[in-house]
Design a protein around this ligand. Sequence first.
Ligand SMILES: C[S@@+](CC[C@H](N)C(=O)[O-])C[C@H]1O[C@@H](n2cnc3c(N)ncnc32)[C@H](O)[C@@H]1O
Length: 440
Amino acid sequence: MHPNALIDACAQLVRLALTFEHPADAVVSRFFRDNRGLGQRERAALAETVYTVLRKKLLFDHMAPSGSGPRERRLAILGFAHWQDEEARRSNPLAKHGARDFLRGALSDREQQWLAQCDAVQQSDLLERHRHNLPEWLVAPLKEQLGDAFWPEVMAMSQGAPLDLRVNALKEKRPQVQAEIAQAAIKSEVTPYSPWGLRVVGKPQLSKLPAFVRGAIEVQDEGSQLLALLVDAKRGEMVVDFCAGAGGKTLALGASMRSTGRLYAFDVSAHRLDALKPRLARSGLSNVHPAAIAHERDERIKRLAGKIDRVLVDAPCSGLGTLRRNPDLKWRQSPEALDELTAKQAAILESSARLLKPGGRLVYATCSVLPQENEAIAEAFSKAHPEFVPLEAGEVLAQLKVADAASLCSGGDAGTRYLRLWPHRHHTDGFFAAVWERKA
Ligand SMILES: C[S@@+](CC[C@H](N)C(=O)[O-])C[C@H]1O[C@@H](n2cnc3c(N)ncnc32)[C@H](O)[C@@H]1O
């Protein structure tokens, strides 16, 4: 594709994404479906450009007005240029010239002059909002929690996430799978905390890889793997994954139960549960029972009350811990939407807790970094339910031989009450989890 046509296509995609009517990943997938002729490199350029625009929206909104031509094209030029610079910095500093040559081929003289002016802007000349690119309502809670680590977290959140895999412990061993994918030129390192994880170098295509096809690996952030690990589901138990969605954590729980016992995968979205089915088929698990429920007080839930050994509530949340993958969320979420979400989270936790038998374990988790979706929900639940004893997440993980378990946690007297993962510290998405045991 001619560079100019590619920049125009990027501008078209930027325009679609900036309506914020749908999640950015859905907009990108739709665009690719509607433009089947696009090659792999063009797809990568399109996706990375639009994600860079979403990540740096306030900075680009500040720079764009000084240029000419359609606004979306100016945003696309900035997105493309910043993405390429980032790539060049990561892989080969000399590559920057090559990347800029390609872009120059797409730009008019006027656009080139404008881009040079934008490039000349120093960080120190910018207002804080143009450096953090966050909505104001999100800045205060992050600064309050992070202090000096606010800027490292901003940096971490403004980059893409690494590709993590979970090895299916039911079928295979991590070292063998690592060696096998290395044969297919996929380099990886074992993840520092999860015993099941591999962190892959780059973004190779996985769907045709034999290890993927036979269910030996699944794509899953290391943080998600640690949530499943905290549940510590065992052979022969009755386990509920209350908000199972497409089943990322269900599959990890099922494997840790060695495909025995009974694992219910509930969700209000039958559509999301449908996406679990092909994954389940690959996984070789035969203990999973997916079921769509109407709401958290569904009859099915009532029938299972007091019968379950372990419950995971991977609650619907703002997703603000996943800004590396979903940068549009910071523009699509709002304080009003959060109020609704926190009420839902409390209601789901309340209902799901009834499922547990005495001695059973309850895990409440989110991929949010906001205390109101996390500690506030957990503490209100503990207060209202003295029959549920909080466990130290740090101790649970240490018993499971997770390295540096205490460093993954915060809160409580010992500072290890809750799992609290941050992109800048742990190189995972932002996650929270609280663990309780129902008194016998
Ligand atoms: C964070 S996602 C779950 C992701 C999933 N556990 C995974 O690992 O892939 C939250 C899920 O909660 C579901 N949900 C929303 N309200 C619910 C409710 N009242 N009861 C059960 N599930 C609900 C949503 O449909 C969504 O799939």
